[in-house]
Design a protein. Structure first.
Length: 310
């Protein structure tokens, strides 16, 4: 297949492109700068210059391809408008893809969030829809649900669209996200903190396993479906803190509720780390034949690459 990838130089995209090429696909990656173009070329893909604001260019790229994988976001908008601005900018992109691919049966696979189905009191499954978004959700991750819903709805227009919900923690040797933030916090505070009893559950996936899922969804995923890029479906936050503390030679310490918020241990992350996000991957594995093969989160923390000697 000729696959157009938007976001190919990001954490997940830089693994998705090699995964696709290794499977025999011809890949073109979007690049908005010379640096990004060089990175796309280094991964073995062709380069298409442009950005997420050029909707006509994105439609042309989608129409020229046999399928699209979208893992790009307007991160530059976060400091000014938060997730509301990021989502508002991403929605027209998805609709542009839909316009280009309508009636073709070609695949569109977009990145989503494992938390989009909300607090269920049970592990989230692939059959749980993205919850509706109201004014009360402004400024939260949930505002992006309108993007996920728009992608799923494109199935009704003849697009083989699907959403890969990525785990809360996507770990790898090139991770620069949430897990490194927790490690930096532990170093700064002198201990690895966890909220309350630390029994709240977090999910995780290795980025290489996530990349293989994007490929499988592109190749054979049915239209209008959610997929769960989750290997560890529910790790107690306390165990994550203990693993970090063990590698740093620091104690893992419970943070009382009244010490969680700003300017407490977690600061602005407090509302996130206190949540529980158990999730299942059973439908994804059965339908697409996806089997995670990379180290689990706790095993990856033991590998040492998160804690370089210095």
């Amino acid at each position: 297949m000729r696959v157009f990838v938007a976001g190919g130089t990001g954490h997940s995209g830089s693994y998705i492109i090699p995964e696709l090429i290794a499977a025999g696909h011809e890949v073109t990656g979007l690049a908005r700068s010379d640096t990004a173009a060089a990175a796309v070329s280094a991964l073995g893909a062709k380069v298409r210059r442009g950005d997420l604001e050029d909707l006509d260019g994105l439609m042309e790229a989608a129409a020229d391809s046999d399928g699209v994988i979208h893992v790009a976001h307007r991160q530059d908008l976060l400091p000014f408008g938060g997730m509301d601005a990021v989502s508002a900018a991403e929605l027209p992109v998805m609709l542009a893809y839909g316009e280009a691919l309508a009636g073709t049966g070609k695949p569109l696979v977009a990145a989503g969030s494992i938390g989009s189905s909300g607090k269920l009191g049970r592990p989230a499954t692939e059959e749980d829809p993205a919850l509706p978004v109201g004014d009360e959700h402004k400024g939260t991750l949930r505002v992006r649900n309108v993007v996920e819903t728009a992608v799923i709805d494109l199935a009704e227009r003849g697009v083989r669209s699907s959403v890969v919900r990525i785990a809360n923690i996507m770990h790898s040797t090139t991770d620069a996200g949430f897990l490194p933030m927790l490690i930096v916090l532990a170093k700064e505070k002198g201990f690895a903190g966890y909220p309350g009893d630390g029994a709240n559950l977090w999910n995780a996936v290795h980025v290489r396993d996530a990349a293989s899922l994007f490929r499988l969804a592109l190749e054979k995923g049915p239209a209008g479906r959610f997929w769960h890029a989750v290997e560890d479906g529910g790790i107690p936050f306390r165990e994550i803190a203990e693993a970090i503390g063990s590698r740093l030679g620091l104690p893992a310490v419970s943070i009382p509720a009244d010490e969680l918020m700003v300017p407490g241990y977690f600061g602005l992350l407090a509302n996130i780390v206190t949540q529980s996000y158990p999730a299942s991957n059973l439908i994804t594995r059965r339908t697409l034949g996806w089997e995670p093969a990379q180290p689990s989160l706790l095993a990856d923390l033991e590998n040492g690459h998160y804690f370089p000697a210095s």
